[in-house]
Design a binder for this molecule. Sequence first.
Ligand code: IPD
Ligand code: CA
Ligand code: CA
Length: 269
Amino acid sequence: MNKITQDKIYNKAKEWILEAGKTIRTKINDPIEIGSKSNPNDLVTSMDKNTEKYFLEKIKTTFPEHLLIGEEGFGDDVKTLDGTVWIIDPIDGTMNFVQQKRNFAISVAIYYNGVGEIGLIYNVMEDELYSAKRGEGAYKNDLKLSRLAQPAILEESVIGLNHLWLCENRLVNEKIMQELVKTARGSRTYGSAALEFAFVAEGVLEGYLTMGLSPWDFAAGMILVHEVGGVTTNIAGEPIKMLERNSVFTGHPDIHQRILNDFLIKAKK
Ligand code: IPD
Ligand code: CA
Ligand code: CA
């Protein structure tokens, strides 16, 4: 994608994500319809659906040839990443949105022929926009992110992970994962994969790992982390398949290598 096209799409995507976030903030205390999807705790609300429809309408009006993959299914039936494809999670952290009215994000990624060109993650209630264009670094609002340029060691790092799979899961040995938690300085669960990616890019989490995410959960975050020199793979250290569910492990390169070699390879079931 050339720079002029990248800038044009970026400017629109930024305008729309800020506007969508403002709408959510304005309506944060309005009654919402809450439903569930794959299980009773997999929540979806009228706000998730309306936000995705808002992006769909904007994209199709402004860039009719672009395709959309959206979590709530209003987009296109995309089988390849040929052409320009938007990958959107209208609300990442819906449980937080419902229970806490904070700690959720809108995640927007734009890929061109399979290459991540633009990543935007908007922490709606904090009004903090994480953004990246391929080749231009990543930003939190106007601040360029650079903490990943410093070396990092696990014993002084904070790692994002989901506590549910420390109790029980089919992919990794829990005992070895518990050793990882004890070795790191601390661990955190934020409940929004997009925000956890953004925090890795910011350098306030040195790593984030989870057993299963969908494209809309990681598409924008991977671009942000890549732009600051971080690494994203699955938990076996293999490349992420962009159109499938994957286990995901993203982080500072030093921490990524250490956790992979000393924990994840041994923990594989
Ligand atoms: C979820 C959040 C959560 C992660 C789940 C995702 P949603 O997304 O990112 O942190 O652990 O795997 O499905 O459903 O709130 O968009
Ligand atoms: Ca999500
Ligand atoms: Ca969602």
